[in-house]
Structures are given as structure tokens and as C-alpha cells.
Write a protein that binds this ligand. Sequence first.
Ligand code: PEP
Ligand code: MG
Length: 916
Amino acid sequence: MTKHVYTFGGDRNEGNASMRNLLGGKGCNLAEMAGLGIPVPPGFTVTTDVCTLYNQAGKQLPADVVEQIKEALKWLEGNQGRTLGNAEKPLLLSVRSGARDSMPGMMDTVLNLGLNDATVEGLAKASNNPRFAYDSYRRFIMMYSDVVLDVHKDHFEEKIEELKHKTGKKLDTEITAEEWKQLCGEFKAIVKAKLGRDFPQDPWEQLLGGIRAVFNSWDTERAIIYRRMNKIPDEWGTAVNVQTMVFGNMGDDCGTGVAFTRDPGTGEPYFYGEYLINAQGEDVVAGIRTPQPITKYQAADSGLKSLEEVMPDVYKELYDTCQKLEKHFKNMQDLEFTIQQGRLYMLQTRNGKRTALAGIRIALDMVKEGMIDEQEGLKRLNADDLTQLLAPIFDAKEKAAFKKAGKMMAKGLPAGPGAAVGLIALSAEEAVALAEKEESLDPSKRKGVVLVRIETSPEDLAGMVAAKGILTARGGMTSHAAVVARGMGKPCVCGASSLVIDVAKRTVSVGDIVLKAGEDFISIDGSAGEIYAGKLSAFPSEVNQVLVEKTLKPEASETFQRFAQIMEWSNKYRALKVRTNADTPHDAAVARAFGAQGIGLCRTEHMFFEDERIPAVREFILAKDEEARKAAVIKLLPYQRKDFEGIFTAMNGLPVTVRLLDPPLHEFVPHDEKGQAEMAKVLGVTIEEVKHRVEKLHEFNPMMGHRGCRLGITYPELIRMQMRAIAEAAINVSKQGVKAMPEVMVPLIGTVKELKFTKDQMLDEIAAVNKENGTDFMCPIGTMIEIPRAAITADKVAEEAEFFSFGTNDLTQMGFGYSRDDSGSFLPEYVSKKILEDDPFQSLDQEGIGELVRIACEKGRKTRPDIKLGVCGEHGGDPRSVKFFHRTGLAYVSCSPYRVPVAILAAAQAVLEEKK
Ligand code: PEP
Ligand code: MG
């Protein structure tokens, strides 16, 4: 018989931390804590496997699972000396989700389960606290109705508001036992009215309902979006944890809270957290009451009373427990606790979610403290996070000017670092709609969206994804908004209580500053917790200031020092070289400053678009014969030569792979009346003639049309000009002591003969240049592998190619047959319907396109064992793809300048992960 239910705590602790896949993160760690002798209320975990069985059985709990739950419950009742549903000594339970990877706030929870009209009286008597008993009962009816019965909590909250209004009370804590009791009656009436049946009084029915609801919540929209964002497989499922209730709402010697062993926002090594006296867990997380700080250090100057002062003994025990757990798990812990009548209970511990900056700092500090070694430190990092170290921050001077002008609206909690600017959206739907509207615009014209909410709930997730930043008026550092924003790496300011958000009038205001939703800009600084009316400009990160702008000294920036440390360690371990895709001297210099070891792709077409050159380019394309084409193309030579001189100089001593012209020619020709008139003048023909020639260039399928090496085969003068520009530039700069190391590659070949033809032209032109200059310039000539036929025949291609550079953008396009330009209309649905796991243009399809790469490497090496292999498609900056390229034995990856550090770290992680 398969074991489906594992007990924890008390005298039967059946799990431990190694059983994460089966018991989920919460379940396995509850057992681990119990095993360490930490006070954990006992309970049992229904395994993640049951989630799958449950779904397979059409959302039914299998009979043997129900039996095992019964058996575990019996043990728990014995252990507690209480019985579920017993009016004298009722056992009360919490029912919580717990997947392998934590999904904070995404799934459902039911607390106080087991209460009914009889047990609530028993609880009142036993606790000698009827107010507590009825407060718990009304919470249970609300939560259970919302989660299990699908009666939305708003119906109940309305009643509470009505009562407060009638009695003139402001806080939940002012409401009396009698009043709660009366509300419980009204709540049950709501359920009866909505469902036509009574609120379930049978605790066993309640328990099975609660367990089913948690399993169901694995498939809510928000949980699905969260999984997709965090790449959590749908098959993993959630476990369900059924645990003895402990109460933080029994009075002023009770409370509940969350703690982090280090600051999740900054990574500072300070114990950090929030708590509420006389409250239950959801009050803290939901952001309904703004919680108090745990430590005196945190409370400094705020006038708030910390747990350290209010309950020094409990604080000490909590502190010691948390430190013990951090040492045990060797990672920053995020903990939930409850204090019941002065006794501390731990309800959860997990590796805490953190901002990118905090993640980096914590890993480095733990290495320094000797808790982990540098290899483990590197493995812990999320390579993508490095882009956040390079992300813009607000200009300090402009911020000061805004402050002086009274445009700083408010301060809140710095819940997610970074700078975000955008139009105000007051709901998730609005944020999504605004962002969608902007998608068609050029990135430089987009305004961005900032989601501004009183508080966020998990339903807001889609809006948070769409927004650049998140701002809330209520809630603390551990509120839903804060936790989720940090997870997404979005700037977030929480608990800005002076903001007045008027949803009806569609305004956000403080005093006389009134901003209109959908029209006005708001700027939020998630590192400082500041909110500004209007649009602030962003400023380069500290890393940029040190490395690129050179306006900041390395020793003045801790952020930079951490960045440098990671790069230093990564460089020690990685085998892959990292180059960059750059076609201007500026981009090349930036990438070099970030650690690029050369240029892997210099696209020459961008050079053709500049204002002063485009007439010559057009003249070339629209010329009537070869003679005229040759005359036009030679006008481009001085420009091209200068471009290459700049790039070779910026990359002095490092290889620069130049690619010959690639895109379809019609991209360059004028399609507007004015441009065509200009061309007519230059060419000395009529506008009609120009129109005619432009029309002739029209292609039905330009991506598979006259582009790539086909251009040079039909117009050899073009590649000859480009080859000449490269050779002459290299010769020129070498006279200034620059070591130019060009490598030239031919795009889009499908057969070796295309390469051979092109190469012959190039060699011929090189010979001519050498003859004219009395030089002996030579450079490696290779090819891109971006057409499946080239990959499959790579042994032949390697006869001519000294190197391969995989153009995985086109290889994906041609391998799948998905247009790079049009796949946006169906790929998102392919991913959501799980036809594909990921967008293959973002993360390499290792099974198919990756196989083409592998075959090409193998065949290429067979012909030419020392052939140099690299990749220059966008995948060169995607950590998962980088790891694949390492395993496939490439020599380098090439990516955009800002992803160079990401690729460097991913390359090191690839090596360290192999060592496992
Ligand atoms: C590629 O196809 O992967 C590539 C790098 O070339 P481009 O994106 O310019 O087509
Ligand atoms: Mg390509």
C-alpha cells in the first residue's frame, strides 16, 4: 500500500527535509523542525502525489487516502487529547498548501477548521475567552466560505463594515464577543441564502472540503500564472498540511508574525520581521493591518513597539530558533510563527524569497562567514538577477529637485528595489490593458505602467506582471504585493498610507497633488520607498557608473564590489568564453567593460541605416545594372571602413566576428513618396521608375527570400566592398598599434557551395588589398549555421569554414518553421497549452534545435578537429541555453552587452552543476 499521509511533530515524526518532492516545502520542513526539537504544532501532510491522483480521479480523494487521513487524525487527536468536533475539547486544525517550491499566497488556506455551533462554545469555555472563540468562528466561516464554498469574502466583509459603521468602531479588536457572535449568525445566513444549504457543521466534512479546496487551488489562474513565471511544472502538485491550530488571537499575550534571518530587500545580515499582537496569520500577510517591527533596530525612530521590547523572552527564543534554522539550512530563512499565551510556535520555515540584490549579498556574505563555500555561493545565484545590478536607478539630483518642488508625494516601505516610472493603473485589468496597448509601440515610446492599489491580493498577479512597478497604500514588507514584487524583481513601494486612492474619481492624491489614472505619470523608488508625482529620469546603475561612465570609484560602491566578486569567481570556474553582439564602438566598449572577451556578432546592416549612408545604399539597391551598382557600393566603403576602425580599436586585442550583410534588401528602400522622390533625383529617373524598382523587390516571404549569403552571390561587389573595408580598417588601425583580430562570417548558408563562392570573392579581395598595400593581412573565414541543411551537412561545410557561429534565432525559425516576426500570434498560446514548454526564441529548444547544434558540432569536428564553435543567437544570453551550450562543448557564447555578466555566471554554474 502506498503511503499518502505522513505525520509530523509529537511522538510520530515521519518526514524530514530530504522529502521535499513528496511532502512539499512546508511539510518537509515542519518535520525537519520537529526533528530538531523546535516547537511545531503537530499535524500531518497529505503528499503531492495525492494532488495528481486527485486530479486524475476527476477531483475526488481516493478511498485509501481518506482512510490514511482518518488514521493520522486519530493519532493527532490522541496526541493532543482533543477530538475533532468534540464540544468539550475540540481539536481545531489549519489546512494549508505546500508545493515543492514555495508559491507565496498563490494557493488557499483554511484556519480554525473544526469550529461549529457546538465546538465554538466549548472553545469559549476552555479558553475562558468567548470573544476569541467567536472571532475565530467568524474567521473560519469567512475563510471556508470563500475558499471551499465559493462565497466571496466581500459579502462578509461588508457585514463587518456595516457593524463598525453602526457602532462607531474602527478596529476589529474593538468588536465584542456578542457582536462577533451575532455576525457569525449573519454569516451563516449569507451562506444559506447563496447556496440554499447550511454552512457545514460536520467537522469531518469540513476537513475533507478543506483538503479538496487546497488541491483545487493548485489550478487557479493565479497559481498557473505564477508557475509559468517561475517555471514550476504543473505535474508537481501541492501537498496539503493539516496542523493543530495554535492561536495568535487569544489576547494581548498572543500574536503572529513572519521573520527573515536577513533583510529580504537588501540582504543586510540583520534579523528582520513583522508581527501583530492578537491576530491570526492572514492579518499579517494580507496587509489588512500594518504590522509592527520585530527588532528594536528596525523600529528605530518609528515610534513603533518592537517584539523585542514587548515580549523580550519570546523574542529571544524566536531569535535563537531562527539563527539555528539558518545555520541548519545554510540559507536565509523566511519563517512564520505564532505566540499563544506567551508560548512560541514555529509554523513554517523556508529558504526566503529575496530581491536580486539581497540574493547576491546574502550568498557572498555566507561565503565570507564560512557558512558555504564560493562554489556553493555561485550556484545559489540566479544568473538572470545580474541584469538587475545593471538596471537604471533614478538620478539623485533630479530627485532632490523634485523634493524641493514639493513633488515627492509620500514615503512608503522600500519593498522591492529599483526605479519604475509609468502611467497610473488602479486595477490589474487596467494595468494589463495599458501595457497591451503599448506593446505595438517602439520601446523608446512606451510610457510604462505603475500599478497603484490600496493593497494587492493574489488576483492582481496579471496586473503586477504587466506593470513596471507596484505601489500600495497598505501592507508591510511581507504583504502579498511586497513578496510577489520581489520575486518578480519589480520595484515596489508598500504601505504608503498617506496616499489617497479614489477608485471612483480615478485619482491618486496626497494633499493638493492629484494625479489622474491612465493620464499622469508616477515615479517610484523601490530602494528608498519614495513616491514622486511626474516622470523622473532613470540613471545608470552603480556598476555602470564604475565600469562604463567611470564616474564612481570601485571602493565607493558595495554593489560594484559584489558584482566584481561574482565575476572573479565565475571566471575561475567557467570553460565557455563570453563574447558580445555589438555593432557600434560604444556598445563594444560597454560590453568589454562588463567582461566580454570579444565580439561574436557584429551585424553590418545597422551601419547601413544611418542617415548619411542610406542614399548610397538605396542607390546601390535600385541601380539598373552591375556598373551602376559597383559605382554606388564603393561610396559606402569609407563609412564601413571607419565603422570597423572604431570597433577594432574598442576591442583592441580581442576577436571581432563580422558578419556580411544579411537582411532582405527591400528593408532599405524608400516606401514613402518623399523618399522615392529623393531617390528619383539621385538616380536621374522618374518617380514611377523608382516605384517600379521598389515593387520589384517586394517578396512574399522575405525572411526566406533574397537575403543572407544570397545577396553576395547575386551581387559580389557588395561582399567585396565589405571585405575590403574590414581588411583596410585592420591594416589602418594596426599602424596605430591596435591589434585588430577580425573574423569574417557568411550568413545563412545552406550548402557548402554558397560558402565556397563567397569565400573565393573574399579571398580575392583580400589579395587585392594586400597587393595595393604591400601587406599580408589575413583573417579566419567562417560561417553562421542557421539553416538546418547547413547543420546536417556540417562535415561538408567545415571543409571551407574555419569556424561556425550558430545563429540560433534563424535556426529556430527555420527548424520549427515559425516566423520570427509573426510567431507572437500563436506562441503564447502554444506555451499556455503546453504544446511547448517555453518560447523557443527565448530559451533554446534543446531537444530539437539543440540536436541540430549538436549534430553540426560533431560533424564539423570530424572534418576539422580544431574548428572554433560559438553561438550568437539571442540564446547566448539565456542561462539555461548557456548551460546547454557548455554541455555541447562550444567554445563561446555571444550575447547583448547587458547580458554578458549573466552569461559569465551561467557558464560558471554550468561547470559547477556538472560536478554534483
Ligand atoms: C541568428 O539568426 O541567430 C542571428 C544571430 O542572426 P540574426 O538574428 O541577425 O538573423
Ligand atoms: Mg540569422
